[in-house]
Design a protein around this ligand. Structure first.
Ligand SMILES: Cc1cc2nc3c(=O)[nH]c(=O)nc-3n(C[C@H](O)[C@H](O)[C@H](O)COP(=O)(O)OP(=O)(O)OC[C@H]3O[C@@H](n4cnc5c(N)ncnc54)[C@H](O)[C@@H]3O)c2cc1C
Length: 405
């Protein structure tokens, strides 16, 4: 087998970039293919950005954390609120994890900042060849290699030979479709509206990360470092709401005014509408082609788990590919990648994000009361609160995956 062939990584999102940098750190050469160009790479809608302690430790392994920290906000706490009563239900503090991690907090640092820094690091790394403005269109597997077909900036089709190909292309993965792998799960009928606003919600008692339960209009509220210093708030919308009407400046103002119960003219920095899917690919591997991140699983953003669990895929896979390519393991290790990370996607990420949404949107008053009492009980007991945080910050999923042979 031609072990000198690079690993072909498709997609310079957070998952592809972390994978490329982690492989390069192990002396493995990589070709990283990205459809966007240097000119439009940063023109992407706001998405993830709550980075859990486990993920920060991975970022630190490739030298990315030090670049992110000054660009983000350290958020040790998060809160659950009841909008009906305008009351705080419970607060969890990552300080309880001080003996479990060097990073007892979430770093609020947006995906766009992460990929900007990680791309600069990849472009400067001698073992990573970054091919911007290059679209992956298909592949062919051979016994000892995989041939990626790409369309370059000039519109020409090129073939790139790799030892393995990892699709980090995001939810619309062409590799997953070409492999004919089912993307099992469902799509929520309603869409979510995301409003970015320069306003300090701490004046109303909120902390940097907040989950707000309400039977009519639940929401999530997060703080991001500027300029301008911004907060992002998500609300569900009705299935047949008209997009233009939802995004009308007066409609956005009204939603925010009703949320806070104040008469204020907000400085709105942006808004977008998105659909939420809960899906996991039936397989994460077929011979020399692997799926990671959103290409392998997608979920609701409530709980901030998509980017985080995708980055965990990247490091799990990088360790295994490095051992295989350094002749320290055979390539059945990659089936273990699938067993471990698919288990996490189904049992942790999907289950937890579905539960999170149900908790916030619950309509039955008795169930709501029970749920809120249970959150209070866990927050008030340090041992239970630590256990809760080990789950939400993804320590538990990493430990469980480690035990899978
Ligand atoms: C509104 C919103 C909020 C979210 N908030 C959070 C959060 O707080 N925390 C969290 O953990 N997750 C969150 N997520 C989820 C998170 O954004 C994704 O899980 C994460 O970005 C996935 O990373 P990825 O690298 O797998 O894919 P992506 O980020 O989608 O990156 C894929 C890359 O591949 C490139 N690409 C695609 N097709 C091709 C092709 N054919 N050829 C070459 N390149 C290609 C794309 O241009 C892109 O650069 C949120 C998502 C949404 C929608």
């Amino acid at each position: 087998m031609a072990k000198s062939d690079p690993v072909v990584v498709v997609g310079a999102g957070p998952v592809g970039l972390c994978l490329a940098l982690a492989l390069a750190k192990e002396d493995i050469s990589v070709v990283l293919i990205e459809a966007l160009s240097d000119g439009n790479f940063l023109d992407q809608v706001p998405r993830a950005g709550s980075n859990h302690p486990t993920t920060l430790a991975f970022f630190d392994r490739i030298g990315l954390y030090a670049r992110m920290e000054p660009r983000g906000l350290i958020a040790p706490k998060f809160q659950y609120w009841d909008r009906q009563d305008n009351a705080l239900i419970a607060e969890f503090d990552h300080a309880l994890l001080k003996d479990d991690t060097r990073f007892p907090y979430v770093l609020q640092c947006e995906r766009i900042k992460i990929i900007e820094d990680a791309l600069a690091m990849a472009q400067a790394h001698p073992l990573v060849e970054v091919r911007m403005a290059t679209e992956f269109v298909g592949f062919e597997q051979q016994g000892d290699a995989v041939l990626a077909q790409v369309k370059n900036a000039a519109g020409e089709i090129e073939i790139i030979r790799g030892s393995y190909l990892v699709s980090c292309e995001g939810a619309r993965s062409i590799a997953r479709k070409n492999l004919d792998v089912e993307f099992e799960g469902f799509t929520y009928p309603e869409r979510t509206i995301n409003i970015e606003v320069a306003y300090d919600f701490r004046k109303h008692g909120y902390t940097e990360r907040n989950y707000i339960s309400d039977p009519v209009e639940y929401s999530n509220l997060f703080h991001w470092k500027g300029p301008p210093d911004r907060w992002r708030i998500h609300f569900p919308t009705n299935i047949d709401d008209d997009e233009n009407e939802l995004k009308r400046p007066e409609a956005l103002q009204k939603r925010l005014q009703q949320f806070l119960g104040i008469d204020h003219e907000f400085e709105i920095c942006g808004c977008n509408l998105y659909t939420v899917h809960q899906r996991v690919a039936k397989k994460f591997r077929q011979a020399r082609v692997l799926l990671a991140g959103d290409s392998a699983h997608v979920n609701s953003p409530i709980g901030g788990m998509g980017l985080n669990s995708g980055v965990h895929d990247a490091f799990n896979l990088a360790d295994k590919l490095a051992r295989i390519l350094h002749d320290e393991a055979d390539d059945e290790e990659l089936d273990r990648y699938e067993r471990q990370r698919r288990h996490v996607a189904v049992t942790h990420t999907q289950a937890q994000t579905i539960r999170n949404k149900r908790l916030l949107e619950e309509r039955d008053p008795a169930v709501r009361r029970r749920n809120h009492d249970e959150l209070r009980r866990q927050a008030d007991d340090p041992a239970l609160a630590r256990k809760f945080l080990l789950r939400t910050a993804l320590f538990e999923s990493l430990r469980e995956a480690d035990q899978i042979a």
